[in-house]
Design a protein around this ligand. Structure first.
Ligand code: HEM
Length: 848
């Protein structure tokens, strides 16, 4: 409690106060107020003069605007007078600001001291009011000592209306929720109808502004579990010991689209994690790609204006395939590396559970001794990295714009919890100086061959939000939210972000108190002197809202270096470079080396998808000069890619390569990095939560379907019986099946794999339905595993599905099982699904 500096003075005062208040336990001073100890000469005082002094003290404290020269302890147990006496003693206990001297000098700047405090003799002098114990059902009791109830777990704001009657927002029971108040049954409505007006007024204000970027998102609760202590590098709370659990809330998002836009747009995905640590909230606000388009926050508004719908006609929605985006990025060659990622299948993930996440910037870890290393954060999904293909993504956008949101929700509800391993790349300042690239440049990765990714913990998402608005919409992430043990690098993009998030949230969430919205409030105690503002919830006790103070015994006091966040006193650049400048380091001018690295590290199928994506996007551009400029930029990254794109765009000749900003970039450490391919992370081989269509129609061999269904369910997959229409389907065995979906309401591209049924009548019925053919063609074209049972091979033929791969080899994703062999075939089918897709089937243009 005591500062070292103020110790002696304060200790003496405490002893006096302790005697004064002997027998008085904290929190109950109003009812057990002890008699004050009389002055030393009290025994000689006549009863008359004692009464006189006590009356003087009582009189002096019964006003709030002035006081006598000296506060006297009040005899006779007068609580107001006692409060004043104790206040005086508390203030006197801090005769000067004991830590003032320590505010100066470099050494103190790196090791701030804990602030001085004095302990009041009782809770009396720091109370706002003497009436605080007059509780009611509404006011409740006295503020519990040292507690900030505004940060309690979400339970305090959960509402369950089961068995409850309807009320107004004032808690008044509503007798009629069907009719407005009218003057007579056919008469005019009355202004007096406060029930109607409250309901409609609230409704009128139900929307808040959507996020400027990342407006479309889906969230989930979960936890982070530390594998082993990382205390050698960081004192950050989540990494303190093996098995330590930290609650998290995660929000995944797209960047460009509006709140109601489709999930499967080609876009970067936000991957924002709020760790509710016991030392405050830490937000790791990352993306599913480890680099970014730009290097300096100064360009962020330009980037976002370029990618958002064009301002004159507000088109296109949630798409980068338009003039202004490509105009901007082709004038910003530093975006080339990120463009490779965005044109790759990373930009169309199969699921939030099958994509990586990255902190992007270099951050710092700081240990107890104040030593610091750089760190980059990686989230690796246990289910592996799997994506859609473009044709599939486009079709899904129409059939199920909530595809990713639904997938996340369903995975969690069914217990197939999304899980990710957190990995860190740790490196020193000395190592950073040796790299061919600058670690402050957000358009660069650190290849894993240089600095391996060490697994440090796992995150499991195991609870859906109870209410989308209260949690997912109101959650406010910010890169500035760090805890002791985590610090920033000088990345200029990060610097802008540190400012931007809180700033935007002030208008999005209606004022400066959004940290008190339950989803945002930390589980660590919050005590400070910030006051007021829109929608304030905390009710601070006492009259002190400043520091230093003596009237609250110095509280809340400066925590000091031992517990508080201390910025790493990072060494700045060489003396001659220390000047106020607007500029970039030279290595930032290497715009292409890592774009080349990324492209060269992809499998042939992935490279083909990148080329097709550039072709698609640029074909949507209406100004040929922008296409030319982009291709001229691509020539610096990959001549082969530039050629393919140019061909696809009908360019007769390749434009000249764009002039280089840095004539001779440093030689890269690696020219191929296999982990950059999505294929490098196939996952744990599980098919949990995968949706499999089992087509059925009257006359289906129900037994074989039941066998397949049971085997898939046992693997945690989601088999769905899809029929020409929903309802009962009679089986060949004389039983019935209930269809879960129809060919029309859940088309083929919504499924990860397909089972075609045995039974001639069923096959004939399905063959007559054009939807079946589209279903099969999409499944084949998108590289899905198909199991055809018995008679169903006729359906494959009718759909024009080739029996072999383009190179004549067998197609392992196409399993044709003779009647009666379903049980054997299903094991091969499951292995095929675990591969996710069979890209070896692909041709450009597609054969089917
Ligand atoms: C490495 C680069 C960046 C990454 C990884 C990134 C990531 C994200 C993510 C994940 C979100 C969504 C948070 C949520 O789910 O609520 C977000 C929102 C946002 N970002 Fe960034 N961002 C980056 C760059 C920037 C920059 C440079 C700025 C501004 C200078 C910026 C400003 C914003 C704003 C204003 C929001 C909306 C926040 C809100 O309304 O709650 N971002 N960003």
């Amino acid at each position: 409690m005591l500062s070292q500096a103020g110790g002696n003075v304060l200790q003496v005062v405490f002893q006096c106060l302790g005697t004064l208040m002997a027998g008085n336990s904290a929190g109950s001073f109003l009812t057990t107020m002890p008699k004050t100890t009389p002055p030393a000469n009290g025994q000689n005082q006549s009863g008359k003069s004692a009464a006189k002094s006590s009356n003087a003290a009582k009189a002096a404290v019964r006003n709030t605007d002035s006081g006598p020269a000296r506060t006297r302890p009040a005899a006779g147990g007068d609580v107001l007078a006692e409060k004043m006496a104790q206040t005086e003693a508390l203030a006197a206990a801090m005769p000067f600001n004991a830590t003032k001297a320590a505010e100066h000098g470099f050494a103190n700047a790196t090791q701030p001291q804990q602030g001085a405090t004095a302990e009041p003799a009782s809770r009396l002098p720091t109370a706002s009011t003497l009436s605080e114990e007059n509780g009611t059902e509404k006011t409740g009791s006295v503020a519990p000592e040292g507690v900030n109830a505004a940060i309690e777990p979400l339970d305090r704001v959960r509402v369950d209306s089961s068995g409850q009657g309807l009320t107004t927002n004032q808690g008044v029971a509503v007798s009629d929720n069907q009719n407005s108040l009218k003057f007579g049954l056919r008469g005019p409505a009355l202004l007096e109808d406060f029930v109607l007006r409250e309901k409609v007024t609230h409704f009128d204000h139900e929307r808040i502004p959507e996020r400027i970027v990342h407006a479309r998102g889906s969230g989930a609760h979960g936890f982070f579990e530390c594998h082993a202590p990382l205390t050698q590098y960081t004192k950050a709370a989540p990494f303190k010991e093996a098995g330590k659990i930290t609650p998290v809330f995660v929000r995944f998002s797209t960047v460009a689209g509006e709140r109601g836009s489709k999930d499967t747009a080609r876009d970067v995905r936000g991957f924002a994690v709020k760790f509710y640590t016991d030392e405050g909230n830490w937000d790791l606000v990352g993306n599913n790609m480890p680099v970014f388009f730009i290097q300096d926050a100064m360009k962020f508004p330009d980037l976002v204006h370029a990618v958002k719908p064009e301002p004159h006609h507000q088109m296109p929605q949630a798409a980068s395939a338009h003039d202004t985006f490509w105009d901007f990025v082709s004038l910003m060659p530093e975006s080339t590396h990120m463009l490779m990622w965005v044109m790759s299948d990373r930009a169309i993930p199969r699921s939030f559970a099958t994509m990586q996440g990255f902190g992007v910037h270099s951050y710092r870890f700081v240990n107890d001794a104040g030593e610091s290393v750089f760190v980059k954060f990686h989230w690796n999904p246990t289910a592996g990295t799997h994506s859609l293909v473009w044709d599939e993504a486009v079709k899904i956008s129409g059939a199920d714009p909530d595809y990713h949101r639904r997938d996340l929700w369903e995975r969690i509800e069914s217990g197939a919890y999304p899980e990710y391993e957190l990995g860190v790349q740790i490196f020193t300042e000395a190592q950073a100086e040796q790299f061919s690239f600058d670690i402050l440049d957000a358009t660069k990765i650190i290849p894993e061959e240089l600095i391996p990714v060490q697994p440090v913990g796992r995150m499991v998402l195991n609870r859906n939000p109870d209410n989308f608005f209260a949690e997912t919409e109101q959650v406010a992430f910010c890169t500035a939210h760090v805890v002791p043990g985590i610090d920033f690098s000088n990345d200029p993009l990060l610097a802008g972000r540190i400012h931007s998030y809180v700033d935007t949230q002030i208008s999005r969430l209606g004022g400066p108190n959004f940290h008190e919205i339950p989803i945002n409030s930390p589980i660590a105690p919050v005590h400070n002197n910030q006051r007021d503002g829109m929608h304030r919830q905390a009710i601070p006790r006492g009259r002190v809202a400043y520091e230093p103070n003596s009237l609250a015994g110095g509280c809340p006091f400066q925590a000091g270096a031992a517990q508080g966040f201390v910025t790493v006193p990072a060494r700045l650049q060489a003396q001659e470079e220390q000047a106020k400048v607007r500029g970039k380091p030279e290595k930032f001018a290497d715009h292409y080396t890592q774009a080349t690295l990324f492209y060269e590290s992809q499998t042939p199928a992935e490279q083909a998808h990148i080329a097709a994506a550039f072709r698609f996007e640029l074909s949507k551009v209406t100004v040929p000069a922008i296409r030319q400029r982009t291709v001229s930029m691509l020539r610096n990254a990959s001549e082969a890619l530039a050629k393919k794109v140019a061909e696809g765009l009908g360019m007769d000749t390749l434009p000249d390569a764009m002039p280089l900003a840095l004539a001779q970039p440093a030689k890269p450490e690696v020219t191929v990095s296999p982990p950059l391919s999505l294929m490098a992370r196939p996952g744990d081989g599980s098919i949990k939560a995968r949706k499999i269509a089992l087509l059925v129609a009257p006359g289906v061999m129900g037994e074989s379907m039941a066998q397949v269904q049971a085997a898939l369910l046992a693997e945690g997959a989601v088999p769905r019986l899809v029929a020409p229409h929903i309802g009962s389907v009679a089986t060949a065995e004389g039983k019935t099946l209930d269809a879960d979906a129809s060919l029309e309401n859940e088309p083929g591209f919504l499924f990860d794999a397909l089972v075609l049924p045995d039974g001639q009548a069923a096959v004939d019925a399905l063959a007559k339905d054009g939807h079946t053919m589209e279903f099969i063609k999409d499944q084949y074209r998108h590289g899905k595993t198909i199991l055809a049972l018995g008679a169903a091979s006729a359906l494959l033929e009718k759909a024009g599905v080739p029996a072999t791969l383009p190179d004549g080899k067998p197609d392992v994703g196409l399993i044709i099982a003779p009647s009666g062999s379903a049980a054997d075939a299903v094991a091969t089918f499951i292995k095929g699904i675990a591969l996710h897709r069979h890209p070896e089937r692909e041709t450009d243009p597609p054969r089917v």
